[in-house]
Design a protein around this ligand. Structure first.
Ligand code: NAD
Length: 264
């Protein structure tokens, strides 16, 4: 295995179980020699995250609900008790009421719009406010987004609007933090069967459509995303910031249904 991340320390946010994109990313970084800390949302997830962290040699597992400033502050206070510096952050967090991940976007409620933007968009900015203070030049951050930000995808609704805002925030963060040598990028992942994805209407259909119509004629895995995150968080991407790297088997370049795709 490579040692691209030897001597680097990073925070992984958004690990729920071994299907999580955060798990694919954590594995790739750990394999490359990184030392990891994890945050989890709520007590119910602690019993899942503890053993996964241990599997990668980490005992830094801290609670954080990104919905409050106090909880994010507590996370960074806890982190500072263990580490005096931070080399990277992985933000793999998103949330919307699943009742609004079906039907029409126009019917989105104000309450869920506000909550989805708060948890899925502002949280990354709030985390970077704290992380920046622990980061030296050469540090980097990655968040996770989806093509539903760029084009209308079935059922993605308010999450598409939130991801568009997240992608814009990546560009503004890249400018602000770039002066200190900190890079900020996004990965736009193709559909992957995770806990969060199971809330999206007709998700199996969306997976099949991507498999049949993407240039690589397959879906991506959390390992595919992990390797690209390793690139964006390591010195291999030292000249890249504010970028949205599509890890989607090429789906985003396709203009129409493939001729060889079966009828669905
Ligand atoms: P997942 O369910 O494994 O992870 C989502 C994580 O968000 C969970 O760990 C959950 O605890 C966390 N979270 C939600 N609300 C939170 C809060 N208030 N405070 C702290 N944490 C909170 O699913 P995933 O698919 O791995 O999702 C990770 C990221 O990848 C999300 O941003 C998602 O939108 C994005 N993404 C997923 C796909 C896909 O098809 N699965 C595709 C593109 C992008």
């Amino acid at each position: 295995s490579n040692q691209l991340m030897a001597g680097k320390r990073g925070l992984i946010m958004g690990l729920a179980n071994d299907k999580s994109i955060a798990w694919g990313v954590a594995k790739a970084l750990s394999e490359a020699g990184a030392e990891l800390a994890f945050s989890y949302q709520g007590d119910a997830l602690k019993k899942r995250v503890d053993p996964l962290a241990a599997q990668l040699g980490s005992d830094i597992v801290l609670p954080c609900d990104v919905g409050t400033e106090a909880s994010i502050d507590a996370l960074f206070d806890g982190l500072k008790q263990r580490w005096d510096s931070l080399d990277f952050v992985v933000h793999a967090i998103g949330f919307s009421d699943k009742n609004e991940l079906r039907g029409r976007y126009v019917d989105t409620s104000r309450a869920n719009f506000t909550m989805s933007m708060d948890i899925s968009v502002y949280s990354f900015t709030a985390v970077m406010q704290r992380a920046e203070k622990m980061m030296a030049p050469g540090s980097a951050a990655v968040t996770l987004t989806y093509y539903g930000a760029e084009k209308v995808m079935p059922h993605y609704n308010v999450m598409g609007v939130a991801k568009a805002a997240l992608e814009a925030s990546v560009k503004y963060l890249a400018e602000d933090l770039g002066k200190d040598g900190i890079r900020v990028n996004a990965i736009s992942a193709g559909p992957i069967k995770t806990l969060a994805a199971s809330g999206i209407g007709d998700f199996r259909y969306i997976m099949k459509w991507n498999e049949y119509n993407s240039p690589l004629r397959r879906n991506v895995t959390i390992e595919d995303v992990g390797k690209s995150a390793l690139y964006l968080l390591s010195d291999l991407s030292s000249g890249t910031t504010g970028e949205n790297l599509h890890v989607d088997a090429g789906y985003h370049v396709v203009g129409m249904k493939a001729v060889d795709a079966p009828d669905m």
